[in-house]
Design a protein around this ligand. Structure first.
Ligand SMILES: Cc1ncc(COP(=O)(O)O)c(C=O)c1O
Length: 382
C-alpha cells in the first residue's frame, strides 16, 4: 500500500509548537495577550484592508456580521444552496429567513441571475460563498446589491488568498468572513476573522464579540463571547508565515489534477469567472454520473486515497426543506456527481501524482469512453 494520503488534514508543525509554547509561557491563554492583535494586524495587512477582527469561528464571524448590519426578524437573506450548512445557520440565529438560490453549473457559485430573481421587498442581504476557494462573480453580485439596496456579506471561509480582479475575497462586500477551522488553508485549531472596509463597523464588531465591554465595567449592549484566544492566535501567527507556501502547494495540486485528468471523458473541474483566481482550497471534480462517482470513490478508497462528496444542498437538509429556492437543478447535479480530491498540504507532489495515476488506471479498468464529445462525455461502466 502506498503511504498515507491526506484529504484535508492540517499542516501544523514545529513553528506552531514554538509560538504556542511562547503564548503558554506568557501566561495569556484567553483573549488578553498580544497574539490576537498581531494576527489581526497580519490579516488586515495581507488582505490590504482597514481592519480585521479575530473570532472563535467562521460561523460566529458570519453571525456577528449579520447582527452588525442589523439583519433580523422579517428580513430575507439570499444564500447559495450549494455550500456548507454553516453559511446558512447564522441567518437563522439572527432571526432572519434564508432564501436559497442555485449555483452556476461551471463555477459552482451563486448564480447572479437567480439572485436577482430571488429579491423581494423583504430582502436585506446576499451571502456569496466562494466555494472551495473559487471567487464568485462579485461584479454582478455588487451590481444587484446596489440596485436593490442590499448588504453583501462574503462567506470567504474557504477562500483565504483567492482574488477577484486583483482584490482579495473577503474585502469586496460590506463585510467578509473567514474560517481557520482545522481543514482550512491555515488553521488556528478553530477560529475565524471578520474584515471589511468600514472601520467604525469593525470597531463595533470588536466590541460586540468581547461581551460588549466598554472598559469601565459596563456592558451597554448585548454582546457575544466570540473572541479568539491567545493560544489559537499563536498557532495562527505561525500558520500565516506559511500561507504563501500552502497556497502555492494547493495551486500546484490543482494544476497537476487538471493536467493529468483533463482529457478523461466525463471529468469536469470547477471553472473560474473571468478575473478570478481561486485559492484552490479543494480541487473537486464532476465524475461522469452518480454511478461513476460511486465507482471512482470506491476505487480510490481501495487504493488508500480518501475522498469526500460535495456538500449536500442546504435547501435539502431537514431544517431548510420548504424554504424558498430558486432552483435550476445544478446544486443537486453537482452534489450527485462531485468528488473532493486530496488537498492537504501534508501531501507531496508525488502523492498527488499517485492519486492521478490511480484515477487514470481505474478509468482504463472500470470504464470505457463513451462516444459522446468531451463536454458531455459520460463514463460508462463496462
Ligand atoms: C463555506 C463555509 N462557511 C462557513 C464555515 C464555518 O466556519 P467554522 O467551521 O470556522 O465555524 C465553513 C467551514 O467550516 C465553510 O466551509
Amino acid at each position: 500500500m502506498y503511504k498515507k494520503i491526506h484529504l484535508d488534514a492540517p499542516n501544523v508543525g514545529e513553528l506552531e509548537k514554538i509560538y504556542l509554547n511562547m503564548a503558554i509561557d506568557s501566561g495569556y491563554v484567553s483573549s488578553a495577550g498580544p497574539c490576537v492583535c498581531r494576527l489581526e494586524e497580519k490579516c488586515a495587512g495581507y488582505l490590504r484592508t482597514v481592519k480585521a477582527v479575530a473570532t472563535g469561528s467562521g460561523t460566529s464571524a458570519l453571525h456577528v456580521a449579520l447582527h452588525e448590519l442589523g439583519i433580523g426578524k422579517g428580513d430575507e437573506v439570499i444564500v447559495p444552496a450549494l455550500t456548507f450548512v454553516a453559511t446558512v445557520n447564522p441567518v437563522v440565529y439572527a432571526g432572519a429567513t434564508p432564501v436559497f438560490v442555485d449555483v452556476d453549473i461551471q463555477t459552482w457559485n451563486m448564480d447572479p441571475c437567480a439572485v436577482e430573481e430571488a429579491v423581494t421587498d423583504k430582502t436585506r442581504a446576499i451571502i456569496p460563498v466562494h466555494l472551495y476557494g473559487n471567487p464568485c462573480d462579485m461584479d454582478e453580485i455588487s451590481r444587484i446589491a446596489e440596485k436593490y439596496g442590499l448588504c453583501v456579506i462574503e462567506d470567504a471561509a474557504e477562500s483565504l488568498g483567492a482574488r477577484y480582479k486583483g482584490a482579495f475575497t473577503g474585502t469586496l462586500g460590506d463585510l467578509g468572513c473567514f474560517s481557520f477551522n482545522g481543514n482550512k488553508t491555515i488553521t488556528t485549531g478553530g477560529g475565524g476573522m471578520v474584515t471589511g472596509k468600514d472601520l467604525q463597523r469593525l470597531n463595533h464588531i470588536e466590541f460586540l464579540i468581547n461581551q460588549a465591554r466598554d472598559g469601565q465595567g459596563c456592558h451597554p449592549e448585548i454582546g457575544f463571547n466570540y473572541r479568539m484566544t491567545n493560544l489559537q492566535a499563536a498557532v495562527g501567527l505561525a500558520q500565516f508565515e506559511r500561507l504563501e507556501e500552502f497556497l502555492a502547494r494547493k495551486k500546484a495540486f490543482n494544476k497537476a489534477y487538471r493536467d493529468a485528468l483533463g482529457d478523461i471523458a466525463g471529468i469536469r473541474f470547477q471553472e473560474e469567472y473571468r478575473g478570478a483566481e481561486s485559492s484552490c482550497w479543494f480541487t473537486c471534480i464532476i465524475a461522469g454520473d452518480a454511478a461513476a462517482r460511486r465507482q471512482w470513490q470506491a476505487v480510490l478508497k481501495e487504493s488508500g486515497v480518501p475522498t469526500r462528496r460535495i456538500f449536500p444542498p442546504v435547501s435539502e437538509l431537514p431544517p431548510y426543506r420548504g424554504c424558498r429556492f430558486i432552483d435550476r437543478g445544478n446544486s443537486r447535479y453537482i452534489y450527485e456527481r462531485g468528488i473532493c480530491l486530496p488537498c492537504s498540504t501534508l501531501n507531496s507532489p508525488e502523492d498527488i501524482e499517485y492519486v492521478c495515476g490511480v484515477l487514470r488506471e481505474s478509468q482504463i479498468k472500470l470504464f470505457r469512453r463513451s462516444a459522446a464529445p468531451r463536454s458531455t462525455g459520460i463514463l460508462m461502466p463496462l
